[in-house]
Design a protein around this ligand. Structure first.
Ligand code: GUN
Length: 285
């Protein structure tokens, strides 16, 4: 049987439409939600992501601006800008696009962002709150995946969940969210011994490993929910996920495509976090 496709693009569009009323309600109180995205360097993929983040905000009536620095900028300059933005009442969310150039101390930069404007959810305070099961800002990609489970009425309680990938951006927070939802969670990586032995037990399989078509049909339990977080560019210029979609959709029960799956949900949840930051400030939440 062919798997049901989880349409992230459609869900993202629906959510973004629903955000417009919240944005206007905030604007009426003088708190139009504002997001600043900081980009250091000229990484082409980061440039596209940052443009999409800013445009995503503008499309629903939010304020957004991009601040760009040459790759050689010193960290102190970026930290000074973050301090200014922390104090700016018109800005509710601050995002520093990762990765940063090698001479940066990434942790120091992320910790410099005020925790109540950390719409990425990467500040240690926010990571700690998530680990304790009391999240304030949930990192956008795993947050988007949780929304997809919600929409697909995927019951996570008691299920075997396997996450491939252990990054701070996706793998670790994804595992925490699944734990908080009552799943039995295994976190693997590309070097896990007998990886297929783990993945074949998974009712829920999340691939966030950054390797094209890494998950093949023989690794998937029949009927499993397969979530593909990967965005890989093939030599022919086409995008492809971490999952061999054509093979796996014949085994899985539900599966996300690339493009049109998790990708559009990531920016949607960034908008959600920024709106929520503004609502907290306005005393609505
Ligand atoms: N680089 C890749 N994904 C992300 C993300 O979700 N947030 C930031 N800040 N940088 C990223």
């Amino acid at each position: 049987m062919t798997a049901q496709i989880i349409d992230g693009k459609a869900l993202a569009d629906e959510l973004r439409q629903s955000f417009k009323a919240r944005v206007e309600a905030l604007a009426a109180r003088g708190q139009r939600p504002g997001l600043v995205v900081i980009l250091v360097g000229e990484d082409p993929a980061s440039q596209v992501y940052v443009k999409n983040k800013v445009n995503g905000c503008l499309a629903i009536g939010m304020h957004s601006e991009k601040i760009t620095y040459d790759a050689a900028v010193d960290q102190a300059t970026v930290l000074k800008k973050i301090a200014e933005l922390n104090a700016d009442p018109a800005i509710h969310g601050i995002l520093v696009q990762l990765p940063l150039p090698k001479h940066f101390d990434e942790e120091a930069v992320l910790e410099a962002i005020a925790a109540d404007k950390d719409v990425d959810g990467f500040h240690a305070e926010n990571v700690g709150a998530l680990a304790q099961g009391n999240p304030r800002f949930i990192p956008c990609t795993p947050y988007g995946v949780m929304k997809m489970f919600e929409q697909g009425k995927v019951d996570l309680s008691g299920k075997e969940a396997v996450v491939i990938g252990r990054s701070n951006i996706v793998g670790k927070p994804m595992a925490l969210l699944l734990i908080n939802a009552g799943a039995t969670v295994t976190v693997c990586n590309s070097r896990t011994k007998d990886l297929a032995g783990h993945t074949r037990r998974a009712d829920i399989l999340v691939a966030a490993v950054g390797k094209p078509k890494f998950v093949t049909a023989d690794m998937v339990k029949p009927g499993a929910v397969v979530i593909d977080v990967g965005i890989n560019r093939l030599p022919d210029g086409k995008l492809c996920g971490d999952v061999d979609f054509v093979g796996c959709r014949e085994v899985a029960g539900q599966i996300t495509p690339v493009p049109g799956g998790v990708g559009p949900m990531t920016i949607t949840m960034l908008l959600a976090n920024t709106i929520e930051a503004a609502e907290r400030k306005a005393g609505i939440r």
